[in-house]
Write a protein of this length. Structure first.
Length: 616
């Protein structure tokens, strides 16, 4: 039986990540990068698709787990009638090569353990050749991949239950007593490269702990009751940053369903441009200028010089082609099919990303992250291209597959793009057609208000001429399109509360009424509910903001991790996990609550009086 999503922990080395189940099984690991093929894919299949179990032999053992303070090093405390032990799971940082260290340490009495190691490359589809070396290590090789398991414990090959098919399941049994420990080190190498000496497990864990705690100490979010949770979300976000390029993935997993048993299953192991501003603000507000700078530099490299070739999402190195395909040999998480890798949204037209990019560049200059204007020619080129396409329908924020429309949020972000360009000229002295961009900004604003606001609903709708609501309207005030005292902001919030709230959570939209090209039904997208918290703050509804945030914070698992969505009916997290966007939204809302920040005034880039002047 599959574990619930919240039963997993994240460990990572800032190049890839693994999910460790509460049962001690590593059920997901892609090597050597976040978007590489998985060698453990039990998360989306069966143990035959690869996993690494390390657990107490006593099935009734009591298990508690936590991260070491300020790190992504997982500690699992195990207690049986005969004793207690601690399992430490760590992916070392700043060490040449890719490694995963698991240490079992005896604390009291004696505890018996069992381990099962099944390697399957390429998402559980390729059975490797495994041989035992003279030093006792096990080496599994297939195609470009090699993994090496080193431990003093002897693991023996299980006899195949599949006829004459070669098997790669190895099992071992051992016990630890007080003061003793057993190390396991799993390393990844290219199959045609030399096998290097592995790191010393104890020293590697100590070094990694120092690196993590040094990074955590840089945080400026030290005040208020939510400070520990903010730190945990920042650590999670750091664990999703590809160190070498600065790219930030949306999640380390693919095809964890938005609807249990459904087909809304997507690969999120890539970098979305629309996350740019939220990510920059979350990192900068927390004092992580270096990560923000690297993210901004990644954006510039990924964009290239031709705005017409702009993509929605990229690989962690800036790769542009993430063709979507289905893996039929995997049965899917709790039977949710299809299992997808790659993402078809890469070819979509999403106009909102132009606003996100212009806002990201503006915010980075406004907050002193950069002082130069080296990227202004690129921004100018983006705006010149946007001027030719902003009136076209697009695929929208939610990447629907039901045909292009004139999505309201997309048009609002087109307004943001020209608004930030105007502010860049006014505040930083950039050279550009100020009057022309002001006029275009006003024209877009006028069109949106005329075509997207429904007087009967007293709300901005999902698209021009539609009567469907969309939670993206909660961002209209946050980006400065509407002033806090604009009655249309309050009435739109009320309409969303009335029509898109389910069991106290905000849906993205009503999937039964919106033609998004998929069967209806999904969980509540957590970021949308955090946006409602921010709107409550803007509207002065402080008690409601506090209450909703408290409820959302309570959805995190015992390690403080959030998925993409929450299913109120099943009362469990759903969607890819952990989700960067959920944690970014958590950080922003928690910071706003702690410091009484008006989210609109921070991101819109002007005071309220000036904000009103930005209207036609």
């Amino acid at each position: 039986m599959a574990l619930r999503i919240e039963d997993y922990a994240l460990i990572g080395d800032c190049e890839t990540a693994a999910l460790v189940g509460r049962d001690g099984s590593i059920d997901w690991l892609c090597w050597p990068r976040f978007d590489s093929g998985a060698c453990f894919a039990n998360l989306l299949g069966t143990p035959e698709n690869g996993r690494w179990l390390l657990a107490a032999a006593d099935k009734k053992a009591r298990v508690e787990r936590h991260y070491r303070s300020g790190t992504l090093i997982l500690e699992t405390f195990i207690e049986t009638d005969s004793g207690s032990a601690l399992v430490v799971d760590c992916m070392p940082l700043k060490i040449h090569g890719s490694h995963l260290i698991r240490t079992v340490r005896g604390l009291k009495g004696s505890v018996a353990f069992t381990t099962e190691w099944i390697v399957r490359f390429d998402y559980g589809s390729i059975i490797p050749w495994i041989e035992r070396k003279e030093d006792g290590s096990l080496q599994a090789v297939a195609g470009p991949d090699r993994v090496v398991l080193r431990t003093p414990i002897r693991l023996d090959r299980q006899e195949s239950q599949q006829g004459n098919r070669p098997d790669t399941a190895f099992t071992g049994h051992f016990s630890v007593t007080e003061g003793t420990s057993i190390d396991f080190t799993l390393s990844h190498y290219l199959s045609y490269a030399d096998v290097l000496q592995p790191p010393d497990p104890e020293k590697a864990v100590e070094q990694t702990e120092r690196a993590w705690t040094t990074w955590s100490a840089l945080s400026t979010c030290r005040e208020g009751r939510w400070a520990p949770s903010i730190e945990r979300s920042l650590l999670t976000l750091r664990g999703l940053i590809f160190q070498r390029s600065g790219a930030i993935i949306a999640a380390p997993t693919t095809s964890l369903p938005e609807s249990l048993g459904g087909s809304r299953n997507w690969d999120y192991r890539y970098c979305w441009l629309r996350d740019a501003t939220f990510t920059l603000l979350a990192l900068m507000n927390a004092g992580y200028a270096n990560e923000a700078l690297k993210w901004r530099a990644w954006l510039l490299r990924a964009l290239g010089a031709a705005p017409a070739q702009l993509r929605v999402l990229f690989g962690v190195g800036g790769e542009r082609h993430q063709t979507e395909r289905i893996l039929p040999w995997l049965e899917g998480y709790e039977g949710a099919k299809p299992v997808r890798i790659g993402n078809g949204a890469e070819t979509q037209l999403q106009l909102d990303i132009y606003g996100e990019l212009m806002d990201a560049f503006y915010q980075s200059r406004k907050h002193g992250l950069v002082q130069d204007d080296i990227d202004w020619p690129l921004q100018h080129a983006l705006l010149d291209h946007l001027e030719t396409i902003w009136q076209e329908p697009d695929d929208g924020l939610w990447e629907v597959r039901g045909g292009r429309q004139h999505f309201t949020y997309s048009k609002v972000m087109c307004w943001v793009a020209f608004d930030r360009a105007v502010k860049s000229i006014e505040q930083f002295g950039y050279d550009g057609p100020l009057d022309h961009w002001r006029g275009l900004r006003d024209r877009i604003h006028t069109e949106i208000c005329a075509k997207a606001y429904d007087p009967a609903l007293q709300a901005f709708t999902q698209s021009y001429g539609s009567r469907q609501l969309d939670a993206s309207a909660l961002l209209f005030g946050l980006v400065g399109f509407l002033a806090p005292d604009d009655p249309r902001l309050a009435s739109t919030v009320t309409a969303i509360e009335t029509h898109l709230m389910r069991d106290g959570f905000v849906l993205r939209y009503d999937s039964a009424e919106t033609a998004d090209g998929l069967p209806p039904g999904e969980g509540a997208f957590l970021a949308c509910s955090f946006w409602l918290v921010d709107n409550y703050l803007m509207l002065g509804r402080i008690d409601e903001a506090d209450a909703l945030f408290e409820r959302l914070a309570g959805l995190a698992n015992d390690l403080g991790l959030l998925a993409e969505e929450y299913d109120p009916a099943a009362q469990r997290l759903v969607g890819n996990f952990p989700q960067a966007f959920s944690h970014i939204a958590f950080i922003v809302s928690a910071t706003n609550l702690t410091h009484a920040i008006k989210p609109l005034l921070q991101r819109a880039g002007c005071d309220l009086a000036h904000l009103r002047q930005c209207r036609p």
